[in-house]
Ligand binder design. Sequence first.
Ligand SMILES: Cc1cc2nc3c(=O)[nH]c(=O)nc-3n(C[C@H](O)[C@H](O)[C@H](O)COP(=O)(O)OP(=O)(O)OC[C@H]3O[C@@H](n4cnc5c(N)ncnc54)[C@H](O)[C@@H]3O)c2cc1C
Length: 609
Amino acid sequence: MSAAGLPSVPDQFKVYDSNTIDPKYSRYFTYGWLGSLALALLFSSSFLVLIRSFRSGRFFCGWFIDEDLSPRRKLPSLDQTLHQALLKAEDGDSSRSYKTAKRRGSNKRVLSANQAIVNDGLASAGRLVPTTLGGGGPEVVYRMISRIVYLGIVLLCVLKDAQLSSNPNRFGFLTLAQLTPLFLLSTKNNPLAFILSTGYEKINWAHRWLGRTVWLTATCHGAMWAYKHGRQYTLSNQKTRWGLAVYSFLCLSALTSIKPIRSKCYTLFWIAHMMSIIGFFATIAYHTPFAQPWIYPPIALYAFDLCARLVKLRFKDAELIPLEGMTLIHIPHATHGWLPGQHVYLRIFTSNWSALEPAHPFTILSPPRHPSQTDSSAVERGDGLILLAGCSGNWTRSIHSLARTGQSSCTKAVTSEDSEKTDTPGVAVSVMLDGPYGSFGAHGLSEEKAEVVICIAGGSGVSFLIALAEEARAEWAAIGSRARSGVKVIELIWVVRTLAMYTSLEALLSPLLSSRVRLSVYLTQSPPPTANEDAPTVRPYTTLHFIKPDLGATLRTLMDEHAPVSGVSVRACGPSGLVRQVERSVGELGRAVRTEVGGISFEAESFNV
Ligand SMILES: Cc1cc2nc3c(=O)[nH]c(=O)nc-3n(C[C@H](O)[C@H](O)[C@H](O)COP(=O)(O)OP(=O)(O)OC[C@H]3O[C@@H](n4cnc5c(N)ncnc54)[C@H](O)[C@@H]3O)c2cc1C
């Protein structure tokens, strides 16, 4: 009997009230992921990192690029000596290889037996050994736990008290509830990344993963309704038609986001993503009135991101300088406002359509200038923002070709004839910058606790090596006044295809090297000098290896060399293949090694999204 004295309906005859029960589980799901995130944050050190960066003043840097807006007649070039050195290397060094090399210093040593040429500034022995790969890292475990916890919450909220066979709407409600975390993990100006003291790109893997669970729950929702109605499943129903429209936008996004499409046709992935976001939000409210509360947070997050990006946008003049297999992009009037290791999104206006293409991320290799240094003389000297773009695909090849020939061609590959055409020091272009973003945590070298930093970069990832060495130079120069960094030695390892690519950047790299910052270059496609050839000239504190690196063994050798120390930080930057190899190699280092060096931390910046 009910309170009103009416007979109550037995449970087995009650109709499942989806519109009342299912929204409750969407809310439980939200409490679940928010609670887990709060717990994870509580047990992580991200708040401490935030407080440290606040105290050191680093917190206030790296938000907006400051620019020199004073009127000027011409585009200031890179510092003349540096410019000349870069162009000289570019002109002659690809053919200079071994034959034209002149011996410069008495401290140079040639170890042709193991194919390594060393100049350690002290005539000491070289460092080189062979290796194997395989294994995993702590990041893998952390990601796995996050996935299991998230999936557990989704499953619990889908299955608990649900009657999916009679009413599969629970899947639909869960799809809606997942939109907020999906967008929270996707935007560039990301509150979560800020709290975690990390870059948005470091948590983007979770966005990709959540995208799949959103698609899966939406598929279950649609498929179960289709199965339930069987032949009666009809398109004459408005709700069904809108539902199919929503689902096709989700499928468009899911299909074009798969790795092969992302890496082979990034522009297609980007356009499809934009279209599906707009299409999804335009159609979902027609499909169900219950979408209303769930679409506001993602729209707010996306709108915040767009506004922040607008505030960060800068339109500047730039100079493109062709180097061997790379293009140096110099933006002289961008003066400071970034942190070492951060990146910017770049558009180069070569045609009317450039503004509609996706912007490309590049790591900033130049050191940020302190505001007090932004007098006109600093800018005239050629300081500013410098980026280095490899030649990995159509766009980067087209800007390389533009830098060499002054003409843009989107499909032309870089050929040796291109190099012959060049006698232009650089090509002036207009660019759009969006950023800065990212960085290796909110902590810089000044808050680094490890005594030894090993930084491994592949190809144009050398930008990060240069930025790190520049940061070390500035940090160590401040010793006495505000010395905070515990870092004693930095080992830079650059894996690059040819000797010519190394020599084209020698002028930027060499001045940064010292007994505390040493560079090992692994040339993967240049054959070692034969007995009849002169060995190439090597600058001090540099080792040249004419082999593919054996990263595991190289890391172990460096650990042995530096042990005992109080902590080693390994960083990797460049193509995803190399970053994964480094991560695996770090994961393979045994407990004994870790104890001996006081613990090993790992951070990475992968160029492939
Ligand atoms: C955080 C970050 C920092 C980077 N820093 C540098 C750097 O300092 N120097 C450098 O040479 N490269 C850097 N890259 C990689 C660089 O952005 C891509 O190589 C470049 O965009 C390739 O464009 P493409 O059309 O020539 O090649 P494509 O053949 O179209 O793409 C090659 C690869 O680049 C990625 N990619 C392509 N377009 C974009 C885009 N708009 N946004 C993100 N990824 C894209 C794709 O995953 C693809 O696998 C960085 C990437 C990231 C994510």
